[in-house]
Design a protein around this ligand. Structure first.
Ligand code: SAH
Length: 470
């Protein structure tokens, strides 16, 4: 079973540094199911190819398996395609033999390791359950140019037609560590099988090696399902985590947040929003407040300045956002009495969480528009039915006002991650409906400069609930 990786990035022999394998050597690595050999069939300044060859011992593959697992009474475990095709065995070999390269470390070439370089992968026999189009669907969204040549089942019997195997070539300009992660995850997905038992740890592996690309991959459901051998529970856990990751504040998101601010800047809307929220909290004599979806902690920094507020909690699903919040608020440097006053917790607003209980007020500032409809419904239950703050402030953009933002192209929402932006009527319809459903009263207020025709840029709902919790 063979896989080669070629580059013409010059000097091409730097591939040896990136892989931590010297181009002049042929090295062998014992694995539980056979031996992996690494060598360079071509190496020059202009072009360099590394080969990973697996010599698999079919008997070793069967050793240690239970009789049932072996498929009692059949020879299938001894006579099969495993020694000849790229499968999960190849993924294991990649992770063992190219462990450091896969993790993206190269002390000798620290700049190169971060660079996208032209790479071509050839896999002469790749089982492709789902055919060539599935191969394309997996690799093309990651920027690969894909070639797949179907291999006949047996050239002497053309009437037997093609096999499920392809001779695949993949080209991309990509960091080597990313390419190895893509192969590590997607080869077993194409094969739709694994040679070992798949348990909880497999979810972690998928999330670790899929970091940065799987959460935005259009085929992430199919990938998770096949990678986890169609185990429903594991797939569900992985997909939930991946979907939440896609809401994470990644760098793109941060840039967009800055863009959103820039759009809204001429009227320093953020400041007006925060001041209005704090003022409303004070009017209601709030002492303990939880900021749901606190992001980088903008509101928290305002709340910290107010003595009347005694306890502040910020919650966000994004660990990265919380880390930024922690830095911005300089939590480590706060005086002792202030440190007790504020805490940041990671949590999801669509799952019931006792940590959200027992606050005088909760705030959802520019959060709801980041949630798909069914998730918003889950959030409504979590906040109104379970956490039940006596005061809840929800702010969201007023889409009618968008025409007044000169830098925002017509028809575009203020932030790429917004799932919707509502008119005043839509927001009020939603507010009235949830207030009705969960026994709250609601009033609405505009935030920012009032335009006669289109209203204010931000809208706020003030939900109150005077029913004492059981
Ligand atoms: N309230 C902040 C951030 C608004 S951006 C501000 O006004 O600046 C929306 C935030 O909601 C992001 O930080 C995002 O990570 C968070 N978020 C989105 N969905 C979430 C969920 N299901 N659970 C918790 N936080 C979520």
């Amino acid at each position: 079973m063979l896989l080669t990786i070629t580059t013409n990035h010059q000097p091409a022999t730097d591939l040896g540094y990136l892989l931590h394998k010297h181009p002049d050597k042929c090295q062998s690595f014992p694995l539980s199911f056979g031996t992996a050999h690494v060598f360079y069939p071509e190496k020059s300044e202009q072009r360099c190819t590394v080969a990973l060859l697996l010599d698999i011992n079919p008997v070793e593959l069967v050793r240690g398996k239970s009789r049932a697992d072996r498929g009692e009474g059949t020879l299938a475990h001894y006579v099969n395609d495993r020694p000849y095709v790229a499968s999960s065995l190849m993924s294991v070999a990649i992770s063992r033999v190219f462990r450091t390269a896969l993790s993206g470390r190269c002390d000798n070439r620290p700049k190169l390791v971060e660079r996208a370089i032209p790479l071509t992968v050839k896999i002469p026999v790749l089982p492709c359950r789902g055919g060539q189009s599935f191969l394309r669907q997996l690799f093309e969204p990651l920027g690969y140019w894909v070639e797949g040549e179907r291999l006949p089942l047996d050239p002497t019997f053309p009437e037997w037609q093609d096999s499920v195997y392809l001779a695949a070539t993949l080209h991309n300009t990509v960091r080597l560590c990313d390419l190895l992660s893509h192969l590590y995850v997607l080869i077993p997905v194409l094969d739709d099988d694994k040679h070992y038992w798949v348990g909880d740890e497999e979810v972690n592996k998928l999330l670790r090696h899929g970091e940065g690309w799987l959460n935005i991959h259009p085929m992430k459901e199919a990938i998770a399902q096949r990678y986890l051998k169609r185990q429903r529970k594991l797939t569900r856990i992985a997909l939930t985590q991946l979907t939440e990751d896609s809401l994470d504040l990644n760098e793109a998101h941060e840039i967009q947040a800055e863009e959103e601010e820039a759009i809204e800047k001429p009227i320093s809307l953020n400041q007006q929003r925060m001041e209005m929220v704090v003022k409303t909290l004070q009017q209601h004599q709030v002492k303990r407040v939880i900021d749901l979806g606190c992001g980088e902690g903008k509101l928290l920094s305002y709340l910290l300045k107010h003595k009347s507020i005694e306890q502040i909690t910020g919650v966000d699903v994004s660990y990265r956002a919380l880390e930024i919040a922690k830095k911005r608020l300089r939590l480590d440097e706060l005086p002792f009495h202030q440190q007790d006053k504020i805490q940041l917790i990671q949590g999801s607003l669509i799952y019931r969480d006792r940590r959200f209980n027992d606050y005088d007020a909760a705030t959802l500032i520019e959060v709801i528009e980041h949630l798909d409809r069914d998730r918003l419904t889950a959030l409504e239950k979590v906040v109104f039915e379970f956490a039940q703050p006596r005061l809840l402030l929800v702010t969201t953009p007023n889409i009618e006002y968008n025409v007044r933002f000169e830098s925002l192209p017509a028809g575009k929402l203020r932030h790429q991650d917004h799932r919707f932006e509502w008119t005043r009527q839509e927001f009020q319809d939603w507010g009235n409906k949830v207030a009705d459903r969960f026994n709250y009263q609601v009033t609405f207020q505009g935030i920012g400069d009032q335009d006669l025709e289109v209203g204010t840029p931000t809208q706020m709902a003030i939900f109150t609930n005077h029913i004492v919790k059981q």
